[in-house]
Design a protein around this ligand. Structure first.
Ligand SMILES: *Cc1c(COP(=O)(O)O)cnc(C)c1O
Length: 361
């Protein structure tokens, strides 16, 4: 068996240990005689898996007791509608910073339900930076203020959070959840589709302050109401059982093998530094993001020559470095180096890039 180094933006690599445990437990989960895929979600065995997953997430992310953790479906994209339906019901206004396509989608969806205000945007330079904010442009009585914390497509990250006072800050952390510690108390709500850094596609994590639940618009479908899921322990209907089980294995790996989110951050910084240092020194490749806003997870880069980019992607793929083609809106390449990408993967990629540069001068 040979495994490639997979730089996909998502779904993406999972820790090998997690995949091995899942394989070992595939036919008979801990003597139950069943796969987790086959279990009733109402069974004692499954409820234990579910409860442990939530407890681990709370422990690893240091989530305070006054926040609910919900395990939902529909991806982060469904949150773009759930957020306004549930939270835009006091003054029917919300603020958005448009730092990429996901942030823009969140804004556009909210605009269908109320007054959505764009505080700032970095679209003028292909979202290659995080805009500086002017508090005077904030809506003082907004129901929430939305940002996308890590911009998967463009490779930018908010390193300093906006100060929104009493207006709840909402963060899309789909592509940076569990990559480093995050102060949950700075947010009214955090959410993430799991398929980038946490589990297979199918489960969406919502971490929401309790007082923000229970004020949904009347038109809100039952399944899109946070109350429905909060009141039923995320089991109003069948949850994405197997994805949640894999999330548990990933959380165990972070807690026991990596040593928690501080350690995870150190590892991620080390990997990102390797790649950015090379990009800064290379005469052929360059990163597309301003230095102070660079993401630890997604690293877009270009040669400046489309043919050379295509040649690089083709040769890299043949050498076992896959999914390096950049998003169509940026072009070039993008290396997503999530938690599960081992440091050797980045070291070997940099070696490959050096050799490619030397051979194509
Ligand atoms: C991938 C991604 C999304 C969309 O996630 P889905 O689960 O496919 O709906 C939203 N926001 C960010 C930041 C993402 O990276």
């Amino acid at each position: 068996m040979s495994r490639v180094y997979n730089f996909s933006a998502g779904p993406s690599m999972l820790p090998e240990k997690v995949l091995k445990t899942a394989a070992e437990e595939m036919l008979d989960y801990k003597g139950s005689g069943q796969s987790v895929m086959e279990m009733s979600h109402r069974s004692k065995t499954y409820q234990q898996i579910f409860d442990e997953t939530e407890a681990l997430l709370r422990e690893v992310m240091n989530i305070p007791d006054n926040y609910k953790v919900l395990f939902l479906q529909g991806g982060a994209s469904t949150q773009f509608a759930m957020i306004p339906l549930n939270l835009m019901n006091k003054n029917n206004k919300a603020d958005f910073v448009v730092t990429g396509q996901w942030a823009k989608k969140a804004y556009k969806e909210a605009a269908r339900y109320g007054t959505a205000n764009v505080v700032a945007s970095s679209e003028d330079k292909t979202f290659s930076y995080i805009p500086k904010l002017d508090k005077a442009t904030f809506t003082p009585d907004a129901d929430f203020f939305h940002i996308c914390v890590n911009n998967t497509i463009y490779g930018t990250k908010w390193n300093t959070l906006p100060e929104t006072g009493d207006v709840p800050l909402i963060g899309d952390i789909s592509s940076c959840i569990l990559s480093e510690p995050i102060d949950v108390t700075k947010f009214g709500m955090l959410y993430a589709g799991a398929q980038k850094n946490m589990a297979p596609a199918g489960v969406t994590i919502v971490i929401i302050r309790e007082d923000l639940i229970g004020n949904a618009m009347d038109i809100t479908p039952t399944m899109l109401n946070y109350s429905t899921h909060s009141e039923n322990g995320s089991m109003f209907n069948t949850p994405p059982c197997y994805c949640i089980y894999i999330a548990k294995l990933v959380l165990e790996w972070i807690k026991n093998d990596v040593g928690g989110l501080e350690k995870m951050k150190e590892l991620n910084e080390k990997k990102a530094r390797l790649l950015y240092d090379f990009l800064d020194s290379s005469e052929m490749f360059r990163g597309t993001v301003v230095a102070e806003d660079r993401s630890l997870m997604n690293v877009p880069f270009v040669t400046g020559n489309d043919e050379l980019d295509a040649k690089f992607v083709k040769e890299a793929t043949a050498a076992g470095f896959v999914n390096l083609k950049g998003h169509r809106s940026v072009g070039g390449m993008r290396a997503s180096i999530y938690n599960a990408m081992p440091i050797e993967g980045v070291e070997k990629l940099v070696d490959f890039m050096k050799a490619f540069e030397a051979a194509n001068k």
